[in-house]
Write a protein that binds this ligand. Structure first.
Ligand code: LLP
Length: 437
């Protein structure tokens, strides 16, 4: 997929770059992003919306992968940006991302974060709870400003990977419940607060969703709610945000829809519902993360030692693991991989790919078909672009890998590999523990 292919030397090539050479040049583990593919995914969303003629914003959910270069690409592709912390906001601002196009999420924004958002004059805050609503109003008052707000509501739709279930009362830490009236109460309270201005409501039903039904159902609940608020409080929402969660293909058997199809389903539902209520058509916003960057990322590892347990299994170890990709250990996430430096060799072994961390659970892939490997080979694990670098850690005091963007035969470093100083340099020794000279 993307710009990946097997080149004449029989090696995996991405963005015109030979991955075995990338491994050599930048070291491993290495996150490689296919820039063309990221841009293509952005465009799929934007163009699908354009075709509907509706007003929209596609906000890239930066939690999936937040580095300055990615913020720049999102900006160039006309996206807005969803941030959920001061660190993500800082990264975006530092990359020069236009503040008016930044949306701030989260269920426990600190006063510091709220003030940072106000000072930066970001586009809107997605308010999650009553405490935050009042904190934001007070802070904005002190700064003599007004912040636009969306209200995160729980529509009572819970989306799972393959099915969704509808619950009357959603048990979640996020947002205002529509069912028990707390969402309605939030709007009522906000109407009395002069330093927040009501933009609309936001709902996010889950992640890695392969069907449109959950989105249609959420749209229905949100539309009903909007209509109630309009009738009883006289407030009309100019914006409806239906969140992210569009699934991607990690392994054979995953069957996501083309991105345009999700957009189509969402815009169709909203149009139909709001027209039914004779409600002025709102802008539609969405927040895709995984579907923008997930399949554009590939992680390169160098294969090291192996262990064969006769009649049981062969373990092949790589020089990274749960530190650069915690998703298999956290979510039992499945990945596909190939031998990047001998991509045409026939598979003749079934092996399990182990990470190098000191725990049994540090396994990346179970039962993978590969050509017989030897130490020094390059393994490429695909679809590691979302929630891998962003959830990486220094467990076992490993250094986080570098990140490169590849495009048209050029590879650009966008995050350098961590140094030992990055790992231990933040430590300090209290006087009493220092060695006496
Ligand atoms: N908007 C909100 C409010 C969200 O909470 C999320 C993801 C998104 C948008 C983007 O969802 P996406 O399009 O990426 O599915 N660490 C997990 C995923 C956690 C998703 C959290 N929220 C993983 O590695 O699968």
């Amino acid at each position: 997929h993307g710009t990946s292919k097997i080149n004449e030397a029989g090696r995996l090539e991405i963005g015109g770059c030979d991955t075995a050479e990338l491994a050599e040049t930048f070291g491993t583990p290495l996150y490689v992003y296919d820039e063309e593919l990221i841009r293509r995914r952005c465009r799929e969303f934007v163009e699908a919306f354009r075709a509907t003629g509706m007003k929209f914003e596609v906000a890239y959910a930066s939690k999936a992968f937040c580095v300055m270069a990615m913020c720049r690409i999102a900006e160039e592709e006309g996206m807005s940006l969803d941030v959920v912390s001061d660190g993500e906001l800082y990264t975006a601002l530092r990359a020069g991302f236009p503040p008016q196009r930044i949306h701030f999420h989260g269920n426990n924004k600190t006063l510091e974060e709220i003030e940072m958002a106000l000072d930066a004059k970001i586009g809107c805050v997605v308010v999650d709870n009553f405490n935050e609503l009042h904190l934001l109003n007070e802070s904005a008052k002190e700064k003599g400003t007004v912040m636009k707000v969306l209200f995160r509501v729980t529509p009572g739709v819970e989306a799972h990977t393959h099915e969704f279930i509808s619950t009357g009362q959603t048990d979640t830490k996020f947002g205002f419940d529509i069912g028990n009236g707390s969402a309605f109460q939030a709007i009522r309270e906000a109407m009395e607060l002069p330093h927040v201005s009501i933009l609309g409501v936001h709902s996010h039903i889950g992640s890695q969703i392969f069907e449109v039904d959950g989105f249609a159902m959420a749209a229905e609940r949100v539309a009903e709610f909007a209509q109630t608020v309009r009738q009883e409080l006289g407030v009309t929402f100019p914006v409806i945000n239906l969140g992210g969660g569009f699934g991607i293909r990690y392994i054979e058997g995953d069957s996501p829809l083309p991105l345009a199809q999700y957009v189509q389903a969402i815009t169709d539902s909203i149009k139909t519902l709001f027209n039914r209520y004779d409600y002025p058509l709102p802008e539609i916003w969405i927040e895709p993360g995984r579907s923008i960057v997930g399949d554009a990322g590939t992680t390169l590892y160098t294969i090291g030692s192996s262990k064969t347990i006769p009649g049981v299994r062969k373990y092949v170890s790589v020089d990274g693991g749960m530190t650069d990709n915690p998703r298999p250990a956290l979510y039992e996430a499945k990945y596909e991989a190939m031998l990047a430096n001998r991509a045409n060799d026939p598979n003749d072994e079934t092996v399990s790919i182990a990470g190098k961390c000191c725990e049994t659970g540090d396994m990346l892939i179970w039962d993978l078909e590969l050509p017989t490997t030897k130490p020094g080979d390059t393994l490429a694990v695909s679809c590691t672009g979302a929630y891998n670098y962003s959830m990486s850690s220094n467990y076992n005091r490993l250094r986080r890998p570098a990140v490169v963007f590849v495009k048209d035969g050029e590879a650009d470093l966008v995050v350098r590999r961590e140094t030992y100083e990055d790992v231990a340099g933040k430590d300090t020794l209290p006087e009493r523990l220092r060695k006496q000279a």
